[in-house]
Structure formats: structure tokens, C-alpha cells
Unconditional design. Structure first.
Length: 485
């Protein structure tokens, strides 16, 4: 059989965005791990052909229709997040015009399978991981049996080492995505998370089948890193694991394996990881330093103890401050994810969040406006009460209120949210500028050291001067990464 895997998550960036924005945009940079794992499995099996069709690389529906026609596919498998739901339905509708079997998978399919079924454009909707399920569905089709409307995965991959690397499925057109930040690549070493945050849980359990966190062996992970190093000359590895820091015995094992590699003359690129403050201490920081970690992302979310408790973060304000302090003392970049637009949030909570950032002085800040994604506790609490209002699923795009001035949760004061956008953005921009300044201080042979002294002195200057300085530094940073990093 011939299969097309279709990536439809373009609600934020639109058609042809990969070519328009390139790797500087996070949504363009991400190579979809789900369908690249599936393609790698089919390539390894050898009995079926498969292609990846990425909406980010197409000009619009007509080009997609043409690609399907030229490919003459038996099956079209469509992956979608909730904001891209309507694009997934469009992909299935166009596919049905040409006759192939249509499958849906991914986060939205797992959270609301009946929603996809109700459109009439999907022959089968997969709930949960699809690596084993795909072969079960193919076997049903080969026997001529009718596919169920909803196929709930029961055969999960217990040993992640059994999976081929998704890098085997990378298409040549993705290669330039690695150019961001001096050729960066992302990998995943675990599946699952110990957290129970209301904006994510319980969809984690639905997707992964249990609360058990599976992890690859250090040997398997390092094999993928060395493959990426040899194939794409990557200079930085970002671990996409929800929580890299949660298991100390595994971290020690990973460190020891990397040290053995170094003793044998194999040097790996530096890494960046995600961590939870309640699993982060001096020992974890020391281990990360030994494996050449240079940056840690924390989901701090808020500086308000009330909000941290409300979202069931599982981390206290004191733990967040302590984790940032340990990170700073270890010499890592401290990166803060913050969440706003939470039901019950007041101006006092925003003030506390801003004071928290002033205290920890992060190197990077990313603000997200709460979106009650289907499959999350927030969605399960708000939807039955009629507190979610949206025109279409694109309204669930995480930062839509930044552009539209309103959000989907009726009980949230979005005017209050938007009043805090500028001060938060200003803090984020200053943090990024200071980070670029530190990066470029190591630039050998700087012809105008006085320029850097001036920029450092005026990081917190007037808005107009700051914007001009930021643009100059952005340009210099691009030159540095392109030719000297």
C-alpha cells in the first residue's frame, strides 16, 4: 500500500509558512515527531511506501489536491492538534474526493475522536499512540475487514528503544530547519510527565496509555545524537521531553555513558532541557553541567502561589525561585515559560508574576495565554458550564488573544490580560537582548568594543532607543550565528 502522512498544524502560521518564515519561527522549525516515527517504521518494515505532505510547504488546497493526485495513495493519515482541526477536516475532505482511506491521529483525535467521526470524512480515528496501531489497521485492510470508526490503542510501545530514529524519515526539504541557532536539532528521550497540570492532564494519559513514564536508554539516545551530528552537523541538541530532570538514577546513568564516550574521543554537542522546579536541585544541576547542558526551560507559569495551586502545578513559588537560583549558579541559561489568562487571575497575580521575573532575572521568557485544549482538565471543567466560546477551532491557537484582543474563556478578563502584554513583552525583549549581548561578548576580534559597551549600558533605555538597539543586535546575532557560531 501507499500511504501519505499529512501534517496540518498551520492555524498559527498559514500555508507556505515554512518558506515564508523559515526556521526563525518555532512553528516552522518543529519537525513533526509522530508522523516521522510512523514513516520510519514503514521504511524499516519495507512492505509499504509512504510520503510526508506538510501543509507548511504547500501554497494552498489546490497544491495539496495535486500532490494527492500525483501520489495515487491508498491511505491518507492526517495528524492534527486542536487549533488545526479544521485544516485536518479540509485535508480529509479533499482526500475523500479521490477515494483513499482516511485516518486521523494525534492530540485532537485522541481528545475528541467523535468530533472527527461526526464530519463523515474520516474512515477511522486513532486514539493514543499509533506506532503499533498503524500495522494493526493495515492488517485489517489487507484482510478486507471493515475499519471501526474509532480505534483505541491498546498495544503501546513498552520499549522505546525498539523504535527506529525519526531522523530516518526526515525529508531533504526539512534540512534547513536545523540552521536556527547554529544548527539545532530536537529529540525526545522519554514519553510521559510526572505532572498533573490542569492545562495538560489528563490528555497525557490518553495519548500515552498510562501514567508510567517510558524512557530510552542512554546508548539509544546517544546513537541518535551522533547520527544527527554526522548527517546534519548539528551544534546543539534540544530535548523535547516534558520533564528531563525527574529521574536521578537515569540522569546519573546518562552522565556516566556520555563521560565514557568522551574518554573514547567522542564529543557530543551541548544540550538544552525542560525541567520541573520540584525535581531540580544541586545534584541535578551538577549532572546537567557534566553532560554539557547550557540551558534549562522551566514551566514556572506564575509568580502567584494562588495561581500555582489553582492550575495544580505541583511546584511552589519557593521551589521555582530556588530552581532558578541553582540554575544561575551552575552557569545555565534560565528560561521561563509563563502562563496568563487563567480563570480567577487578578491584577495582583500579574504583579506577583512580574516581581517573580524581576527576582529570577531569566535569560529568556515565553508568555502563553491559557487555552483550554480538549483533553485537558480546564476543558473538562469549563466546557460543560458553557464557559468556552469560539467561532472555530483556530480560536484555540494559544496566543490568539494577542492578535484578536479576546479569548475563548468567558470568565477571563482579556482586557486585563492585554494590559499586561506590553510590560511582559518588554521584559521578554530585554532578556533576549541581554542574552544576545552575552553571546556576542565571546565574538573574537570585535572591531568596535565601544558599541557593545554602549548597548549593554542602554538595554533598559527608552522604548524607541531600545527598539533600535534590539534591531541592531538582532542583525549582529544573525551574522554571528551564520558565519562564526
Amino acid at each position: 500500500m501507499k500511504i501519505a502522512f499529512v501534517y496540518t498544524n498551520i492555524a498559527t502560521i498559514g500555508w507556505n509558512s515554512f518558506n515564508k518564515f523559515g526556521p526563525q519561527n518555532d512553528d516552522c522549525f518543529v519537525i513533526p515527531p509522530g508522523i516521522t516515527y510512523l514513516k520510519a517504521l514503514l521504511d524499516e518494515d519495507g512492505r509499504h511506501e509512504s510520503d510526508i505532505i506538510d501543509f507548511r510547504m504547500l501554497s494552498g488546497p489546490d497544491e495539496y489536491r495535486q500532490r494527492l493526485s500525483e501520489g495515487n495513495y491508498d491511505i491518507v493519515g492526517i495528524s492534527s492538534l486542536s487549533p488545526g482541526r479544521d485544516f485536518a477536516v479540509l485535508a480529509a475532505r479533499i482526500a475523500k474526493e479521490q477515494g483513499p482511506i482516511t485516518l486521523a491521529g494525534g492530540v485532537h483525535a485522541s481528545a475528541l475522536p467523535e468530533d472527527f467521526v461526526s464530519t463523515g470524512y474520516f474512515d477511522c480515528v486513532v486514539v493514543g499512540e499509533a506506532e503499533r496501531t498503524l500495522f494493526e489497521i493495515l492488517a485489517l485492510m489487507e484482510r478486507g475487514e471493515k475499519l471501526p470508526p474509532i480505534y483505541r490503542t491498546s498495544n503501546y510501545v513498552k520499549d522505546l528503544n525498539e523504535l527506529p530514529f525519526p531522523s530516518r524519515a526526515y525529508l531533504p526539504t526539512y534540512a534547513h530547519a536545523f540552521d536556527i541557532n547554529g544548527r539545532m536539532a530536537g529529540i525526545t528521550g522519554t514519553r510521559g510527565c510526572p505532572g498533573r497540570c490542569k492545562y495538560c492532564w489528563p490528555n497525557q494519559r490518553i495519548m500515552y496509555g498510562s501514567t508510567y513514564i517510558r524512557r530510552r536508554t542512554p546508548e539509544n539516545i546517544v546513537q541518535e545524537i551522533t547520527y544527527l551530528q554526522a548527517t546534519f552537523a548539528v551544534k546543539f541538541i534540544a530535548f523535547y521531553d516534558d520533564t528531563f530532570s525527574w529521574n536521578k538514577p537515569w540522569l546519573r546513568e546518562f552522565r556516566d555513558y556520555i563521560k565514557d564516550m568522551r574518554d573514547n574521543g567522542v564529543h557530543l554537542p551541548p544540550i538544552g532541557v525542560n525541567a520541573r522546579a520540584n525535581t531540580f536541585d544541586e545534584e541535578v544541576a551538577e549532572i546537567l553541567k557534566e553532560i554539557d547542558c547550557i540551558g534549562v526551560w522551566f514551566g514556572f507559569e506564575s509568580g502567584s502561589p494562588k495561581i500555582l495551586k489553582l492550575i495544580q502545578k505541583g511546584c511552589t513559588l519557593e521551589q521555582n525561585v530556588r530552581a532558578a537560583k541553582i540554575c544561575r549558579e551552575a552557569g545555565f541559561d534560565v528560561n521561563a515559560n509563563m502562563l496568563v489568562g487563567i480563570p480567577g487571575e487578578t491584577e495582583e497575580d500579574y504583579i506577583l508574576s512580574y516581581k517573580f521575573l524581576e527576582t529570577i532575572q531569566p535569560d529568556n521568557v515565553r508568555y502563553n495565554i491559557l487555552t483550554p485544549y480538549p483533553g485537558s482538565t480546564f476543558y473538562e471543567e469549563l466546557a460543560p458550564k458553557g464557559l468556552i466560546e469560539m467561532n472555530d477551532y483556530e480560536d484555540l491557537e494559544v496566543n490568539r488573544p494577542y492578535h484578536a484582543g479576546k479569548g475563548v474563556i468567558k470568565s477571563v478578563d482579556y482586557e486585563l490580560v492585554m494590559r499586561w502584554v506590553e510590560p511582559f513583552r518588554s521584559f521578554q525583549e530585554r532578556a533576549q537582548l541581554k542574552r544576545r549581548l552575552r553571546l556576542l561578548q565571546d565574538w573574537r576580534g570585535v572591531p568596535f568594543p565601544w558599541l557593545f559597551a554602549f548597548l549593554e549600558k542602554n538595554v533598559d533605555s527608552s522604548p524607541l532607543a531600545f527598539k533600535a538597539i534590539s534591531r541592531v543586535f538582532h542583525f549582529l546575532a544573525k551574522i554571528y550565528h551564520r558565519f562564526f557560531a
